[in-house]
Design a protein around this ligand. Structure first.
Ligand code: ADP
Length: 228
């Protein structure tokens, strides 16, 4: 489903954020990307969602090299990839329903579709009752659930999460990771960049380790490896 070949990214000349990354992720996998701060985790996710372009290499998603996509083809790719961030990025002046509906509205969904899909996504994350609250009336864990609902409302086949538990306490972090795991069990391919050693060790999923921009380890049912 995701095939990455010889991927190389430099933000500034001479400083490589990712070096010659080769990685294949199959449909339905759950993968942790771990590594120290600055190892290149976010860069990898940003490349997959085509927020940025690599200097070299290819990223095939659903069989197409997304590096070569035309600008008008990018929205379709993004509809198929949901993304959850550490800092939530919710619209503070809109209620929860509208935050989740926003993604559908920008893709031109009908009112009927929005009325059907938003409550479904909110039920899935256990927040149907909070639909008309504003983000600041919710706890951190609940806000991250809203972000998960927003990321899956288009029913994407791939869900990316960049340090999704970075701002949450340990108990809430486990709940969010369980939620991402449920979404994976329902069929989505889930990729989580994280520092949360305890969670990585608990789930025993595939673990890809980045170190100074290089892929140094890739293990099935892996544990967190303390990369430098
Ligand atoms: P991680 O997510 O593992 O913390 P990043 O992908 O954010 O790592 O960063 C990898 C490297 O790229 C770091 O050295 C970082 O300083 C650099 N970097 C990230 N984003 C930018 C940017 N927009 N401009 C310049 N350098 C960047």
């Amino acid at each position: 489903m995701i095939e990455i070949y010889h991927l190389h990214k430099e933000y500034e000349q001479g400083v490589a954020a990712l070096k010659d990354i080769n990685l294949t992720i199959d449909r339905g996998e759950f993968v942790f990307i771990v590594g120290a701060s600055g190892a290149g985790k976010s860069t990898l996710l940003k490349l997959i969602i085509r927020e940025i372009l690599p200097n070299k290499g290819s990223i095939k998603i659903f069989g197409r090299d997304i590096v070569r996509l035309k600008n008008r083809e990018i929205p379709l790719l993004r509809r198929n990839i949901g993304m959850v961030f550490q800092d939530f990025r919710l619209l503070q002046d809109r209620n929860i329903f509208e935050n989740v509906a926003f993604t559908l509205r920008v893709t031109g969904a009908s009112t009927r579709e929005i009325r059907k899909r938003v409550p479904l996504a909110l039920s899935l994350v256990g927040l149907k009752e909070k639909a008309f609250k504003k983000p600041n009336e919710l706890s951190g864990g609940e806000q991250q659930r809203v972000c998960v609902a927003r990321a899956i409302v288009n029913r994407p086949s791939i869900l990316l999460a960049d340090e999704p538990t970075g701002n949450l306490d340990p108990g809430t972090s486990m709940e969010i990771m369980n939620l991402l795991h449920d979404i994976n069990v329902r069929g989505a391919t889930v990729i989580v960049a994280t520092h949360a050693k305890d969670l990585v060790d608990h789930f025993q999923k595939r673990v890809v380790v980045l170190e100074y921009g290089s892929l140094v380890s890739d293990q099935e049912r892996g544990v967190y490896i303390n990369a430098r």
